[in-house]
Design a protein around this ligand. Sequence first.
Ligand code: AMP
Length: 497
Amino acid sequence: MIESMRIIGAGGRVGSAVSARLAERGVLLDADDPELVLLCVPDRVIAEVAGELQLGPWIAHVSGATPLTALDPHVRRFGLHPLQSFSKARGPEQLDGAWGAVTAESDEALTVGFWLGEVLGLRPFELDDANRAAYHAGAAFASNYLVTLRAAAGSLLEVAGAPPEALDPLIRGVVDGGFELTGPIARGDWETVERHLDVIRAERPELERLYLALAEATASVAGHGTAKLQGVPRTESPLKVERTISGLRERLSGRRSGPVGLVPTMGALHEGHLSLLRAARAENETVVMSLFVNPTQFGDDGDLARYPRDNDRDLALAEQAGVDIVFAPDTTEMYPPGFQTWVDVTELGAILEGRFRPGHFRGVATVVLKLFEIVRPRRAYFGQKDAQQAEVIRQMIRDLSLEVELRVLPTVRDEDGLALSSRNALLSPQERERALALSKALATRDPDAALEQLRSSNGLVIDYVEAADFDPPVLAGAVRVGSTRLIDNVVLEGEPK
Ligand code: AMP
């Protein structure tokens, strides 16, 4: 039917198996004027590659998840997804007997798709483009999640001192035996299931939820219903979320045996925050993270409204980082009606950032003092990224004789040098590119050279670039990129304390 083809991505996992098979079957590959172009490229570049190809020949992709519209503007098109997990170590024999989902919009395209499937040694079947997501989810369960199950099962064999690879013939036996259910759930032996859960809770607590979800699903497959398992007590997430001051104080009063570490944040967590949480986790018995977008440190309401927020993700990350308590009050909890007491670090709070954001450090110092008083931490963790903020808090601790140890951790940056910031999420890709000028300029560690560099960068408004005699001394800068304001600094000598 088709005698000449071109394969794009012939060096990849699918591409190499497919090319070898087509060569075996005498299809002319790499023809100048092919009748069919097959894209064996990563899903995310299919549309781009298709867009660059000349109209005319048939064009097809081998992706399970990508709709045919990714092949626009081509109309002589189809998809052929071999339902197989390919390994580069193996050859075209991987195609033998595997099924192949053909997605097509015309009878002619379907015929070409089936032809290609058969030439490859696949068992072609038709898949509606609209049903791809369900199809691909099923495929992910069967292949990707099996890998996850093998990893989970292997880690329990390790707990038992048994070789994890002993599981592999067992897995093959289940497949070769036609997926017959055996074992405790098939027998209705809930006592054994309880014993499994006991050891999992003790040795691999992160597997408890996975085990229970699978046990419930397996009970349904066995026709038992899930009633037995629903009665099994589940270990609650160790992370507690408190939204009131009294609730937090009560919870903390129960765990005052060791030091408490406090990490104040405004959420939209990134690696910079996580570095503080990890340090707090390593150094304290109890870790409290506050999650509060403090309105009094924002100059205008638009900036406050635009500030990124993602509570669910933040709680999941806090849990992973081993935080014990997240304190997430609402605004009236922190600023009840009639609130009128402020902390003003008068001189330090008025320079640099303070000049451009009047009242900012008053809001910061007030909320931090209030958090110190509510949490009473032994140690509080801040980032060098906000060097002036750390300096303002250091001054406040000294002036008010507060009993808290200030820990300042180094600035965490992206690979290209941009300091991580929750506000980076507000930058378009072009703005992010322009924003890089700030860290590059500061890296000169020379105020004049830095200013010069920034002046010659396009699309930035410079608020200031100045050396500041903080502890340690820094070269600090602030720029605006579009409607987003970014700050950064480099340490000139010594290390953050
Ligand atoms: P925020 O949520 O922006 O108020 O930040 C909470 C804490 O994380 C502050 O002490 C920041 O200085 C710190 N922080 C923010 N970005 C970074 C970063 N890139 N590296 C280290 N610490 C950071």
